[in-house]
Design a protein around this ligand. Structure first.
Ligand code: GRF
Length: 215
């Protein structure tokens, strides 16, 4: 199978981006991150990409006349870099519907909880872990899913549970969940690049070797 071209969209520190990049460098993913887009000029992810010689772009709606030119600019960049898959890694802006429609089952997102719980608008960053602790659930975890037009909603590809301890703070929980994010996201990117994920409606199927499932 030909190598895939990935675009990463990130708004923050970019640790999931680096986790995927490490597995690419280790030869475990048949593809390359060929550009990174951030809606935040000051996102550390932009600098991390530049340090790796990955073309990095700051694109914010404010730079464009209207929503349409903003969206078209994204699509132009994605076409220019011949992108096969978009990897959202802590990207805080909603993906325009036209981009979602241009890349069906080709946009991945990672969410730091077990969807459909603790997801959707307003559940981002530390707010997710605050809500998990406040509600008193005993398990949280990691979800990797395809992106559709609704926040945190598309077909789920992979989930891994993380125990909530009685003495957890939102910060301690976030740290523990993040360790699993860094294992789960590169794993799913590998599966997708190997062609091991099929999707129909809201359901996906993993057709890879069973020993690769567990973290
Ligand atoms: C992660 O917790 C991810 O699940 C969420 O945003 C955070 C991004 O962290 N969508 P990083 O920028 O990858 O370090």
């Amino acid at each position: 199978m030909a190598r895939s071209n990935f675009a990463v969209f990130a708004s923050g520190r970019g640790s999931n981006f680096l986790a995927v990049q490490e597995q690419i460098a280790a030869g475990n993913i048949s593809g390359d991150i060929v550009c990174l887009i951030s809606n935040k000029r000051t996102a550390p992810a932009l600098e991390k990409a530049q340090n790796l010689d990955i073309p990095a772009f700051h694109k914010s709606p404010r730079q464009f006349e209207n929503e349409k030119s903003y969206t078209n600019d994204h699509i132009d960049t994605l076409k220019e870099y011949e992108i096969d898959y978009i990897l959202l890694a802590g990207y805080m802006k909603k993906i325009p519907d036209a981009v979602v429609q241009a890349y069906p089952h080709r946009i991945l997102n990672i969410h730091p909880a077990l969807l459909p719980s603790f997801g959707g608008k307003g559940y981002y960053g530390m707010r997710v872990h605050d809500a998990v602790i406040e509600r008193g659930v005993k398990w949280t975890g990691v979800t990797v899913h395809f992106v559709d037009e609704v926040y945190d909603h598309g077909p789920i590809i992979y989930q891994w549970p993380v125990r909530v301890r009685d003495d957890d703070t939102p910060e301690s929980l976030a740290e523990r969940v993040l360790e699993y994010e860094h294992k789960a996201y590169p794993k799913v990117v590998r599966w997708v690049s190997e062609g091991w994920i099929t999707a129909e409606g809201m359901r996906t199927q993993y057709t890879g070797p069973s020993e690769e499932w567990d973290i």
